[in-house]
Design a protein around this ligand. Structure first.
Ligand code: NDP
Length: 289
C-alpha cells in the first residue's frame, strides 16, 4: 500500500476576506458619517475599468460611500493635480485612490506625492512608506496588508519565523517585508539578481511569491512543511474562453507545503477588502480631529 499523498491545507481567501469586510462594515457603521472613498481613473483600460468598478461596488456593499472620477485619457498632469488638491481639501472625502497604471504622459510619482498622506488609502505616499519602515501606524499597501490579515485568520504567526519574499516591488514585496519585520519575522527579500534562489527559498518557513511569472516556484524550491503564499496573478489567454488565472506557484507545491493559498481565490480577494479597511481606518483617524 502506498502512503496517501500529502496535500497542503488550502488557505482560501474568501472566508478571510469576508471576515475582514464584516469587521470593516461594523467599524464603518459606528462612525457619524459613512466613510467616503474617492476613486480616480484615467482612460478606458479594460483591467482598470473592471478593478475600479469592483472597488466601487464592494465599498457600497460594505456600508461605505464611494465616488468614481472617470477622466478622459487626455487629462493633463495639471488637471489631475487640481482634482487631487480638491479631494484633499474636501472634508467629506476620507480616502483617495488613483488607479494605476496611469497613461504614459502622466508623472505617476508627482501624482502619488500630491495625495494627502492621511487620505492615501493605497499606502504609496513616501510619508506612509516611511511610517511603515519606522514601525509607526501607517496606511499600508492593500495586498501585503491583506496577506497579514490572511495569515492571522488562519492562525499563522510569523514571529520568529524565517520568511522569504520573492519580489521587491513597492506594491507588494517591499511593504510585505516591512510588515513582516514589524511582526517579528526574520525576513529575506529575493529578486531577479538573487544568486542560487532555490537555496534561499528552501530556508523559508513562510515563502511569499510576488514575481509575476506563472508557476515559477516549483516543489524543489520549498522546504517541506513550509507555508506558501502565492500573490501572483498571471493571465493565460485562451481562444474563445475567458483567460485562466495562474499563480506564481506551481500547484505541485501543495505536495510539499503544509499550507498554501490557491490562485484564484487566495490572496486576490484580500486586496479590495483591505482597501475598504484602510478607508475606514482613515475615516476613524480623521473623525478624532
Ligand atoms: P513587479 O513586476 O513589480 O515585481 C516583480 C518582482 O519579481 C521584482 O522584484 C523582480 O525582481 C522579481 N522577479 C522577476 N523575475 C524573477 C526571477 N526570475 N527570480 C527572482 N525574482 C524575480 O510585480 P508586482 O510586485 O506588482 O506583482 C507581482 C505579482 O503579484 C504579479 O503576478 C501581480 O499580478 C500580482 N499582484 C497581485 C495582487 C493581488 O491582489 N493578489 C496585487 C498586486 C500584484 P527585480 O526587482 O530584480 O526586477
Amino acid at each position: 500500500m502506498t502512503a496517501p499523498e500529502h496535500k497542503a491545507q488550502k488557505l482560501a481567501g474568501p472566508p478571510a476576506a469576508e471576515a475582514l469586510l464584516r469587521e470593516t462594515a461594523e467599524r464603518a457603521a459606528k462612525l457619524a458619517q459613512k466613510p467616503h472613498l474617492s476613486i480616480v481613473r484615467l482612460g478606458e483600460d479594460p483591467a482598470s475599468v473592471s478593478y475600479v468598478a469592483g472597488k466601487d461596488a464592494r465599498a457600497k456593499e460594505t456600508g461605505l460611500s464611494s465616488t468614481v472620477h472617470a477622466l478622459p485619457e487626455e487629462t493633463t498632469q495639471a488637471e489631475l493635480l487640481a482634482l487631487i488638491r480638491q479631494l484633499n481639501g474636501d472634508s467629506s472625502v476620507n480616502g483617495i485612490l488613483v488607479q494605476l497604471p496611469l497613461p504614459e504622459h502622466i508623472d505617476e510619482q508627482e501624482i502619488l506625492l500630491a495625495i494627502d498622506p492621511d487620505k492615501d488609502v493605497d499606502g504609496f505616499h513616501p510619508m506612509n512608506v516611511g511610517r511603515l519602515w519606522t514601525n509607526h501606524p501607517a496606511s499600508v499597501p492593500c495586498t501585503p496588508q491583506g496577506v497579514m490579515y490572511l495569515l492571522k485568520h488562519y492562525g499563522i504567526d510569523p514571529a520568529g519565523k524565517r520568511v522569504v519574499i520573492i519580489g521587491r516591488s513597492n506594491i507588494v514585496g517591499r511593504p510585505m517585508a516591512g510588515l513582516l519585520m514589524n511582526a517579528h519575522a526574520t525576513v529575506t527579500v529575493a529578486h531577479s539578481r538573487t544568486r542560487d534562489l532555490r537555496a534561499v527559498t528552501r530556508e523559508a518557513d513562510i515563502l511569499i511569491a510576488a514575481i509575476g511569472k506563472a508557476h515559477f516556484v516549483t516543489p524543489d524550491m520549498v522546504k517541506p512543511g513550509a507555508v506558501v503564499i502565492d500573490v501572483g496573478i498571471n493571465r493565460l489567454e485562451r481562444e474563445g474562453k475567458k483567460p485562466k488565472l495562474l499563480g506564481d506557484v506551481h500547484p505541485d507545491v501543495a505536495q510539499v507545503a503544509s499550507a498554501m493559498t490557491p490562485v484564484p481565490g487566495g490572496v486576490g480577494p484580500m486586496t479590495i477588502a483591505q482597501l475598504l479597511g484602510n478607508t475606514v481606518a482613515a475615516a476613524e483617524e480623521q473623525a478624532k480631529r
